[in-house]
Design a protein around this ligand. Structure first.
Ligand code: AMP
Ligand code: GLY
Length: 428
């Protein structure tokens, strides 16, 4: 069968690469893809953007696509699954109503409250004066969040009252995030260690994928501005058996039940961004309704089960009957980014020594890359996610960084401490 993956990042390269390994899939189409998917055996790029929902539906009909696997969240929030399914095309993910778990932070808080699941205390505001008065009464630091989707930029961790004021004025007065920021949350700052809990959900059952963790800050030591993620690894030792059981019992099951009781059952990938307190108590920072990027890259590297089987089980409500197999080794992915990211950056630089980096332990997933004539050039902030398997976090890390040191392009930078927290946990 033909499968259509939508999106153009490292996550989508990893999904397309994994799906192309399925014996039941004849071809994976990627809209629009990148240079990595363009050169992947069994994969073909198609010139459609991931958010052109109506055109994607028309294309899927013409090409006899039998399954659509959307990568990014915005098209899901805009109803891609509803539109595809109306046209009779199976599409893996939540409906628009269920995707509000990511599309509206106020909605996700309401669901968390209904589920009795642990999260930071918050208040919501649409008026600036009331928000400013509230902030004055709260201790800093605190967190100001735009309600809607803001391409990962709508969360401001305010160290001071002054910073919270600026964030609120940007959102509620200056419309910095448009409609997404006309409603805001002010929530308590949580301390602990962040982790990604990514599960498949079929409306009723929850199947946790292997644990993973990413590094959101741009610079070593978790300093500098927040990014989409500068590297990730799986498994994540912080999510040990006890913490995982708590996440399932206190968060995932109650939330999935609350969604069903709401009349908006959740199907697809449910990714809870968590803060784990030092005593192992998990609290929800946010929900995503898709795979994490870059967490998806190490996860796909470790997944030994056919991804198509898992997707079909999710769609059929059979997740209680499948048990995915994972490579016991650690997979670690290091992002190579363009100088300037997460701000503005140059594009079009050629990338040297790409092909020599891949081997049986290392896979270079592309993110912001494009083909220019016969050459691979940079085309985004996050350019590559160099992912390696190893018998230990240390071994995976050495292999990943060896491969990173082979690859070069003008303005390339990466964090040199991916995996540090995993190593610290193992030392403890
Ligand atoms: P979000 O998009 O809600 O995950 O927020 C982006 C980042 O902001 C998270 O990955 C955290 O690093 C940070 N963050 C969000 N909410 C909180 C909170 N309540 N306490 C501490 N940090 C937070
Ligand atoms: N790596 C964080 C995210 O995908 O949202």
């Amino acid at each position: 069968m033909k499968v259509l993956v939508t999106g153009s990042g490292g996550r989508e390269h990893a999904l397309a690469w994994k799906l192309a390994q399925s014996e039941r899939i004849s071809e994976v189409l990627v809209a629009p893809g990148n240079a990595g998917t363009a050169r992947e055996p069994g994969v073909r790029n198609v010139p459609l953007e991931a958010d052109e929902n109506a055109r994607l539906v028309a294309f899927a009909i013409t090409e006899d696509v039998e399954l659509v696997v959307p990568g990014p969240e915005a098209p899901l929030v805009a109803g891609l699954v509803d539109q595809m399914e109306r046209a009779g095309i199976p599409c893996f993910g939540p409906t628009a109503a269920a995707a509000r778990l990511e599309g509206s932070k106020v909605f996700s808080k309401e669901v968390l409250d209904a589920a009795g699941a642990p999260t930071a205390d918050y208040r919501e505001f649409t008026g600036l004066e009331a928000a400013l008065r509230h902030v004055e009464e709260r201790p800093a630091p605190m967190v100001v969040k735009a309600d809607g989707l803001a391409a990962g930029k709508g969360v401001i961790v305010a160290e001071t009252h002054e910073q919270a004021h600026v964030a609120l004025k940007d959102m509620l007065e200056e419309d910095a995030f448009g409609d997404a920021g006309r409603r805001v949350l002010v929530e308590d700052f949580l301390e602990g260690e962040e982790a990604s809990f990514i599960a498949l959900v079929d409306g009723e059952h929850v199947l946790p994928l292997a644990s993973s963790q990413d590094h959101k800050a741009r610079d070593d030591g978790d300093r500098g501005p927040n990014t989409g993620g500068m590297g990730a690894y799986s498994p994540a030792p912080v999510l040990d058996r006890d913490v995982e059981a708590r996440v399932m019992n206190e968060i995932m099951h109650p939330v999935v039940r609350a969604m069903r009781d709401n009349g908006t059952p959740f199907r697809g990938v449910l990714y809870a961004g968590l803060m784990i307190s030092p005593d192992g108590a998990p609290r929800v920072l946010e929900f995503n309704v898709r795979f994490g990027d870059p967490e998806c890259q190490p996860l796909m590297m470790r997944l030994q089960t056919d991804l198509l089987d898992l997707i079909e089980a999710t769609r059929a409500g059979r997740l209680d009957q499948v048990q995915p197999k994972w490579d016991p080794r650690t997979a670690m992915g290091v992002v190579m980014a363009s100088s300037g990211y997460p701000g503005s950056y140059a594009k079009g630089h050629s990338i040297a020594s790409l092909d020599t980096a891949d081997n049986s332990f290392v896979k270079v997933f592309h993110a912001g890359t494009a083909m220019k004539d016969d050459e691979v050039v940079t085309a985004g902030g996050r350019v590559l996610c160099v992912t390696a398997l190893g018998d230990s976090p240390t071994a995976a890390r050495e292999r990943a960084y060896d491969a990173v040191s082979d690859i070069s392009f003008e303005g390339a930078f990466h964090r040199s401490d991916i995996g540090t927290r995993a190593l610290e946990h193992l030392r403890d």
